[in-house]
Design a protein around this ligand. Structure first.
Ligand code: BGC
Length: 835
């Protein structure tokens, strides 16, 4: 069917215009008489008209060869606006006043974002041939300072530092006609100057309160450098170790991802965006970017609506529900429609279903990239598609400023829709208090702040995951080392004294001053105890030369313990960091094997932004600690754990594969009709089951797994009832339908913290459900011998699943609940939802 006509455009434009007028009217009514039925009627009418126009306007824009636009669902009466501050009538009054004075050029200026071409961090890239993602403001000869002074620039990207931001801000505030301040946004994901572990490491803490504190600290530091908008949290679910951006997120699980997403938003924004030290969060990348096929960066994603809603959307939704002020559209296509032109994602789900009332920014040149996706033949079409799909701000494409005037003139984009996008930018700036306090505030934080170091040290300690801890020559496990006793340690490996990679890839101008390396920390400990550290780098991270091997083996032979610090460079993770072979890079595996041949006990510290394939190490090395990229206090935290000052408590937020060929690998997989039961798994001779013939199905280390220096025993999983009537589950917001309780006891001889996890399985459903999925966790600290009862309340959110209409449902089915210390928990109990 072909639809689209100028007439519809005119109608849509008129309707959008009247909806805006009605909204303003209703505001006045609101002030005059807050509870009249006239106000209610006006609001409903404005809502209905806005809803009508949301599909009429795009209909009008359909070209000859395009798919018909799908009719969005009408807004649900119960949907709350996601951020009440952005809905404040006081702010809206100021927005109206400003908008009324703006020229079209000034309005469009608010909808574009550029970096600063003279930024030293960008300078080396500016000579490259022009390609998507490489400083288009340089290529297009854009002078952001000039634009700011003319009031033709809304926001800036990755321009940080009080001096730099203030210079641009002065131009905008003092020289431009309407004095609208700029908003400075930056990729600050796990600390500004006091760098905490990468987000994947923060997820391994299973400690949302800690993540909230780290986020609040990082917001406070960055706001002293003029940055009031973080392109964070990155909440993309990743089930594939090959994908480099795995390090930026919370791993493979929707529940944990949602908990972490909420923590970041709360930390960044607090309850009040205008509070000094707060920044607006930008949830990215909407949506399903982490499902890139084959783990290859920017690749397409294709999935059922059930999978999308159940496994990929919950973290974005949690961030929106927590009040996130902005959302970034993703680079990838979802089911054939690029996310940046995807009105199902950006309008139907985000705005209509979730009530999101913040602003949507594109990813870097993503509007332009619609042409590379093949869904737009020219810049105008790319602009129209992105804008009408719901992208308010164009990051770096240089399209909204050049293309929207023509699209407005020809009626393909209604002026009222442009006004609405500008409103969203202005609302955010007003809510942040930028009009009152436009400049960087307080003494600028330019280096890791001493007062923030204990917090990031704690975060690093909690992020470490003890993957393996076997005895050497019988007896006790190798770790912890006895801190009072002097050791002769051979410290080997390219990450042992590396102050740069441990900070991770994503961030602005990370500074290595003040980083505590493993070498610094172990030397300090052994000096105190009268021991020694023999350091031999052995090899580079990604090298072929074996020149350093002999010295490393020599050091190992002289020592009573070997600590090997191995892993990736920071650049091997992050954007554009997909790896087909995510093992130890270069010749590190060979070095590890050579050192192991000396027969000395080995503790392997793994630094990585993703799960690495560690199958050989798991078989041959006594102890393995996953350290991620642990930040400025990484070395101290590692020493705290190795010497047992702190018992490790981190658990894996993502499964570690045995072989790359297992990817995508995740614990909450679906069953098959030919499952391989555990009693079969050791046999090499069975065929016609869902299995590999050359590697076990299971992860080497599964989601939720992590050891410590004691043991925990679980017993007596009980449920508050054995059946839940279906009728109870359908009541709106049904919470606490059933409680599951277990006893957990510390059966070892030292205190430690356990992450108690609650997993469920749902059988008999109309759509198959995962073999188990996390629906709750609690951090519990127990003294030796101590036990505690731990309970989980399960309600609609935990017990429901999404059908292929994207709706959450509970059916009369059978459930199993397990409580334990990993996704392999075996203590469980059953109940039914009765018809
Ligand atoms: C990344 C985003 C980032 C943006 C701005 C893009 O390439 O995908 O995550 O926020 O650049 O630096």
């Amino acid at each position: 069917m072909r639809i689209g006509s100028p007439k519809i455009a005119v109608i849509a434009d008129a309707l959008l215009g009247s909806a805006s007028i009605l909204r303003m009217q209703s505001q006045r009514l609101d002030e005059a008489c807050p509870s009249t039925s006239a106000r209610w009627f006006t609001l409903r009418l404005a809502g209905a008209i806005l809803w009508l126009t949301s599909f009429l306007a795009p209909l009008a824009a359909q070209g000859q060869n395009e798919q018909p636009f799908a009719l969005p669902a009408p807004p649900e009466e119960t949907v709350q606006l996601s951020n009440s501050q952005l809905a404040s009538p006081a702010i809206e009054g100021r927005v109206d006043a400003l908008l009324g004075q703006m020229t079209l050029e000034e309005k469009l200026g608010q909808l574009v974002q550029y970096g600063a071409s003279d930024d030293p961090a960008n300078a080396e890239r500016t000579n490259d041939n022009y390609a998507p993602g490489k400083n288009p403001e340089v290529h297009n000869k854009i002078d952001p300072m000039d634009l700011a002074a003319k009031g033709l620039l809304g926001s800036m990207l990755n321009v940080v530092g009080a001096k730099r931001t203030n210079a641009f801000q002065r131009a905008a505030v003092e020289k431009s006609r309407l004095h609208v301040p700029l908003l400075f946004g930056a990729d600050i994901l796990h600390g500004y100057r006091t760098i905490a572990p990468i987000p994947l490491g923060l997820a391994a803490t299973f400690d949302p309160d800690l993540v909230e504190s780290v986020s609040r600290t990082s917001a406070a530091e960055a706001s002293t450098a003029g940055v009031r908008w973080f392109y964070s949290p990155m909440v993309d679910i990743s089930r594939d170790a090959r994908w480099g951006r795995t390090h930026e997120g919370a791993g493979e699980d929707a529940y944990l991802g949602a908990v972490m997403a909420r923590a970041y938003v709360r930390g960044y924004q607090g309850g009040d965006l205008s509070r000094p030290g707060s920044v607006a969060a930008c949830v990215k990348h909407f949506a399903a970017y982490g499902a890139a096929e084959a783990g290859r960066e920017y690749n397409t994603t294709d999935m059922s609506l059930s999978r999308l809603h159940q496994f990929y959307l919950p973290p974005y939704k949690a961030a929106v529900d927590a009040g996130a002020a902005t959302v970034m559209s993703a680079f990838n296509a979802l089911n054939g429609v690029p996310a940046t032109a995807n009105s199902y994602l950006l309008r139907d789900i985000l705005r209509t279903e979730w009530g999101f009332n913040g602003l949507v920014v594109s990813d870097y040149t993503a509007v332009m990239e619609l042409r590379n996706h093949g869904v737009a033949l020219d810049a105008a079409t790319a602009t129209r598609k992105a804008f009408l799909a719901g992208v308010d701000v164009d990051m770096m494409s240089h399209y909204y400023d050049t293309q929207l005037p023509g699209l407005i003139r020809s009626g393909q984009v209604p002026m009222a829709a442009v006004d609405e996008a500008v409103r969203r930018v202005l609302r955010l700036k007003l809510a942040l208090g930028l009009f009152e306090r436009p400049y960087a505030e307080g003494p600028e934080v330019t280096a890791a702040a001493p007062e923030h170091r204990p917090l990031v040290r704690k975060a690093a300690e909690e992020s470490l995951v003890l993957l393996q801890n076997r005895p050497f020559n019988g007896g006790a496990p190798l770790l912890p080392l006895l801190s009072a006793r002097p050791h002769k340690i051979a410290l080997i490996g390219p990450l042992a004294d590396d102050a740069a990679d441990v900070l991770g890839f994503e961030g602005n101008d990370h500074r290595i001053e003040g980083v505590v390396t493993v070498k610094d920390a172990l030397e300090a400990r052994e000096k105190l105890a009268g021991g020694s550290v023999l350091y031999a780098q052995g090899t580079e991270i990604d090298a072929t030369s074996e020149d350093g091997f002999a010295a490393a083996m020599d050091a190992a032979r002289q020592a009573d313990l070997v600590v090997m610090a191995m892993g990736e460079t920071a650049e091997m993770s992050g954007e554009g960091g997909s790896r087909a072979f995510p093992g130890l890079p270069g010749n590190q595996q060979k070095l590890l094997e050579s050192v192991a041949s000396t027969g000395r006990p080995i503790v392997l510290l793994v630094f990585s932004g993703r799960p690495l394939v560690l199958d050989w190490a798991a078989e041959h090395v006594n102890a393995i600690v996953e350290a991620w990229f642990p930040g400025v206090e990484g070395g101290s935290a590692i020493a705290d754990v190795l010497y047992g000052d702190t018992a490790p408590s981190g658990k894996l937020p993502i499964s570690f594969p045995r072989a790359t060929g297992q990817a995508p690998l995740y614990y909450n997989q679906f069953p098959t009709g030919r499952p391989l039961f555990s009693f079969d798994s050791s046999s090499q001779n069975i065929r016609f089951f869902s299995r590999y013939i050359d590697v076990p199905n299971e992860a080497l280390f599964p989601f939720g797994y992590g050891l410590t220096y004691t043991q925990f025993a679980y017993s007596g999983v009980t449920l508050s009832r054995t059946a839940v009537p279906l009728s109870e589950t359908t009541r709106a917001g049904a919470r606490n339908l059933i409680a599951a309780t277990a006893t957990v006891q510390n059966t070892g001889n030292r205190a430690a913290t356990e992450i108690v996890q609650c997993h469920i399985r749902n059988l008999g459903t109309s759509l198959e459900q995962p073999v188990r999925s996390l629906q709750g966790f609690k951090r519990v600290t127990l003294q030796p011998g101590e036990s505690k009862q731990v309970s989980f309340d399960l309600g609609f959110p935990e017990l429901s699943f999404y059908n292929n209409a994207g709706k959450a449902v509970i059916e009369p089915t059978h459930y199993t609940v397990w409580i334990g210390g990993s996704s392999e928990a075996s203590e469980g109990a059953d109940f039914d939802v009765a018809p």
